[in-house]
Unconditional design. Structure first.
Length: 464
């Protein structure tokens, strides 16, 4: 397996080089040169594997044997050995044909732990093997930052800086990032929204001289390894549901703002997983819903919502999907992304749009609908959904056909978003790991939302 850019100007490179490059040097996103397709017999053979064993099987098709099997196994076991559920990502039946895939049993109670615990181990491994310093730079709408920091805090040879939009993450998300005392961690609270943070990150990675001189590496889902790690739980969830009832295909309902998590599901489908529809659940920042329904991709006015991790207008992984749905044509992708950068809009139509609509459903969940869904399912099933997971369930209820088996992704523990839960008149008990955060000292630096201000803080951090 080799890796290429969606824009066609990065030659075929190996797994480790793709991991370290993050954003492709031509400004595109790295994708595998070919997608392996697993047969029904292969899937059947995998059905009873543990989560860790399934990771090893799937990654084996992508790593090009660049990592010895015993080293990869050690990283996988270290990544998932501390999860609070032995199944890592257990599946719960919520009602009838609706299941929940619980992705919040890692150290920071969010789905980002699934990929970022592994990526933290892999960055540590590469730093040690290559005897090189790694500076991880990322932006977060809330959960990525805490998960990434947890994965590399205190590790030799690694420094991590995370940008988050000031005042636009939940209090628990903020505390999980800013109460980490390790000297290799820098939190920048940026005036602006997540899209501003993400734009600055992409511009810094696109500056190849700056990127090389400062050993920058990506932790956001622009890094393909993060996407690959997330494909595993789609397979695992399907296998768990298939053990409970006779099922040929399933829908997945995915709360998403940056298109990374649902792109992992799309990739799993391309790899042979029996997926009927991928249901895209979003909130009032519903640029992706409009794209799927109308073929128009155009940011609107930013809105702060009860599901802040999805408060995103410009989705990093959208380019990867465009690359595949438009026939893997890098010249066309380059033209479209340049057009989007200049005009702030791109449109697809005709057969291209029909292909999108054949694979995806979409529903933008309004604020009151989100709260009503939390209240409804708490009353009817005694299950407490966080607001992002509630968006996924609401979209499943809206988009799934009668008789469909649907797996909705529960992406975070409700304790991370108590502000929304309290608006539903519900009081919850916090896990000790979260309640203890409120007693800790915070460390963060507030900065202007400009590239110059960010670079200034980075230089002080890197030279300390």
């Amino acid at each position: 397996m080799e890796y290429i850019s969606t824009r066609g100007n990065v030659g075929k490179i190996g797994f480790i080089d793709a991991f370290l490059m993050g954003l492709a040097d031509d400004g595109g996103l790295l994708v595998p040169s070919e997608i392996p397709v697993f047969s029904a017999e292969k899937l059947k053979a995998w059905q009873n594997l543990s989560y860790q064993e399934l990771v090893l099987e799937i990654f084996g098709y992508f790593t090009n044997d660049e990592i010895p099997a015993e080293d990869l196994r050690a990283m996988v076991n270290a990544s998932y050995g501390t999860f609070r559920d032995p199944g890592v990502t257990p599946v719960r039946r919520l009602k009838d044909n609706l299941y929940l895939l619980e992705l919040f049993h890692g150290p920071t109670f969010a789905f980002k732990d699934i990929a970022l615990q592994f990526m933290g181990e892999l960055y540590t491994y590469v730093s040690r093997k290559q005897n090189k310093t790694i500076h991880i730079l990322g932006a977060t709408s809330g959960d990525t930052g805490a998960s990434a920091i947890q994965g590399v805090r205190g590790k030799d040879g690694i420094k991590i800086c995370i940008l988050h939009p000031h005042g636009k993450v939940s209090k628990v998300q903020e505390l999980q990032m800013t109460t980490v005392p390790d000297d290799n961690v820098l939190n920048l609270s940026v005036d602006g929204n997540f899209d501003d943070c993400q734009r600055i990150i992409k511009d810094l990675f696109a500056d190849l001289e700056f990127k090389s001189a400062n050993h920058l590496c990506a932790i956001n889902s622009i890094n393909f390894v993060r996407i690959l790690a997330q494909t595993v739980y789609y397979f695992y969830a399907y296998f768990q549901v298939a053990k409970q009832q006779d099922v040929k295909e399933v829908n997945f309902s995915v709360p998403t703002g940056n298109f990374g998590d649902i792109f992992a599901g799309y990739l799993a489908k391309r790899m042979g997983l029996p997926v009927n529809k991928l249901i895209l659940a979003t909130n009032e920042n519903n640029i992706l819903e409009r794209f799927i329904k109308e073929g128009v991709y155009m940011p609107g006015d930013f809105r702060s919502t009860y599901s802040p991790s999805m408060d995103i207008q410009v989705a990093s992984n959208f380019e990867r999907y465009l690359y595949y749905v438009l026939g893997e044509n890098p010249q066309l992708i380059t033209e479209l992304m340049n057009q989007f950068r200049k005009e702030g809009k791109l449109v697809i139509s005709g057969d291209d749009l029909l292909r999108v609509q054949a694979e995806f459903g979409a529903h933008g969940v309004g604020g009151q609908e989100c709260l009503d869904t939390i209240s409804k399912y708490k009353a009817e099933t005694d299950y407490l959904l966080d607001p992002h997971s509630a968006c996924g369930v609401a979209a499943a209820d809206q988009c799934a056909e009668s008789g469909d088996v649907t797996i909705s992704l529960a992406t975070a523990h409700p304790a991370k978003f108590d502000e929304a839960i309290r608006l539903c008149g519900i009081e919850q008990a916090f896990p000790e790991q979260i309640s203890s955060l409120f007693e800790k000292t915070q460390r963060q630096t507030r900065v202007e939302g400009t590239q110059e201000a960010i670079v200034s803080e980075l230089m002080k951090f890197y030279n300390a």
